[in-house]
Design a protein around this ligand. Structure first.
Ligand code: ADP
Ligand code: MG
Length: 406
């Protein structure tokens, strides 16, 4: 029988009731004959005792003098606590299980502490434990450099751990268990009538994840896509099958119509600052080069770039804006900035070449008196920048306009 990877997120492990659900899913899949590899996140959210953000707050309270390497070591603790907790519960149920850290599970990374990249996954130890009839619980979000230092994979890193293991183990499937019923047409915390999607392509969900839908990390989807491992995003708290993420060829006849939908979903990134720089003397090209080189040199990631011969317009995250403005002033430029903006994206493989989609977006937003500060489009996505206070209303208006609740 094949291997199934199950990943449980922070809220799926944070209470005794939630952990009972986890055990239910484990038992069910064991009964159907799978070899199980379970990837866990740290339990709970900021404020709860063993959550990653709580550990980081603790470090700050202690003077915030920790270096990046030591911070990663600290951040590895949350997953170790949740993995051993689950291990104890499974043993209680008579299910033999063992815990492996990221390093023991074979994750080799570079040394970009806090956001390390996976260089290799060497799953021999996991395979050995599976042959010994154990359920293998792996601490998500972790790796180790070749030199033996602990690293972490960045926000959403446990999703990446799960699909990377799925790829290395040639698993039949990776199940991402979370606190919502799969991937929805929008974040259900904001759009109440957002609807779960039954099946989506890797590309569609990769786009949504890149545009801010944090239900799954985009890197995790990319890894699954490369390895062609199907992923299911589903709820810990129910038995519904959630959303299947696969290749369009994997869409069967019954669901064929779904491939043709124009718009798959709506996503957002909040807390961005719009920066505009006018080019006074018509030397646009030279100035643009200077601007973007200086942003890169300062490690500031830029987005939503519109350049014309007389102006450069782009966005940075709010917490990079001061640094960005200072760098531009140093170049002798007079940048203008508007902080507290949000990027709202309408995503769908069917957008390409369909006339009138932008008109519908403008109609939906202007009917609510929402000002579009900037817009751009690609084959699969249309982006609009709005003020943050208009974000929620924008998401709801667009969701309704494209009838995504149906
Ligand atoms: P976990 O701890 O299980 O990894 P996350 O908080 O990272 O959970 O991701 C789940 C959350 O993602 C949901 O509670 C939901 O608010 C949010 N979310 C954002 N966009 C979407 C979407 N399109 N579909 C489903 N959930 C979404
Ligand atoms: Mg997550």
């Amino acid at each position: 029988m094949g291997i199934l990877v199950q990943k449980f997120g922070g809220t799926s492990l944070s209470t005794p009731q939630a952990r009972e659900h986890v055990i239910r899913h484990v038992k069910r899949e064991l009964a159907s004959g799978y070899n199980l590899v379970i990837v866990v996140s740290a339990m709970g959210r900021r404020g709860e005792p063993y959550a990653t953000d709580t550990l980081l707050d603790w470090a700050v309270q202690n003077g915030n003098a920790l270096g990046d390497r030591e911070k990663d070591l600290l951040m590895c603790c949350g997953e170790i606590i949740s993995a051993t907790t689950l291990c104890g519960l499974l043993e209680n149920e008579g299910i033999p299980s063992t815990v492996l850290t990221g390093a023991q599970a074979g994750f080799v990374t570079d040394n970009s502490y806090g956001n390390a990249r996976i260089l290799d996954v060497r799953p021999e130890r996991i395979l050995r434990e599976l042959r010994d009839q154990k359920v293998v619980i792996v601490t998500g979000f972790q790796g180790q450099t070749e030199a033996g230092d602990f690293t972490t994979l960045g926000r959403g890193g446990s999703d990446t751990s799960a699909t990377a293991l799925g790829a290395a183990l040639r698993a039949d499937m990776v199940d991402i268990y979370t606190d919502v019923n799969g991937i929805l047409t929008a974040d259900p915390r904001i759009v109440e009538d957002a609807k779960p999607l039954t099946i989506v392509s890797y590309t569609e969900i990769c786009n949504m994840a890149h545009q801010g839908a944090k239900v799954i990390h985009p890197r995790a989807v990319e890894i699954a896509m490369q390895a062609q491992i199907p992923v299911r995003v589903r709820s810990t708290f129910s038995d519904t099958e959630g959303t299947l993420v696969t290749h369009p060829e994997g869409f069967n006849d019954v669901q064929a119509g779904i491939v043709d939908r124009f718009v798959t979903g709506i996503a957002y990134v909040s807390n961005v600052t719009q920066i505009s720089v006018e080019c006074p003397d018509g030397n646009g090209t030279g100035m643009q080069l200077q601007i973007f080189k200086s942003m890169a040199d300062n490690g500031i990631s830029v987005d939503f770039i519109n350049v014309t011969p007389t102006e450069a317009l782009y966005t940075v995250f709010d917490d990079h804006s001061e640094k960005a403005i200072a760098a531009l002033q140093e170049l002798g430029l007079r940048p203008k900035s508007l902080s507290g903006c949000a990027k709202v994206s309408v995503i769908g493989g069917g957008i390409n070449g369909v006339p009138g989609i932008m008109a519908q977006i403008v109609e939906a937003l202007s009917s609510q008196n929402i000002q579009i500060l900037q817009s751009a489009d690609s084959n699969t996505t249309i982006w609009v920048l709005v003020k943050k206070e208009d974000m929620v209303q924008s998401l709801r208006a667009l969701h309704a306009k494209f009838e995504l609740h149906r």
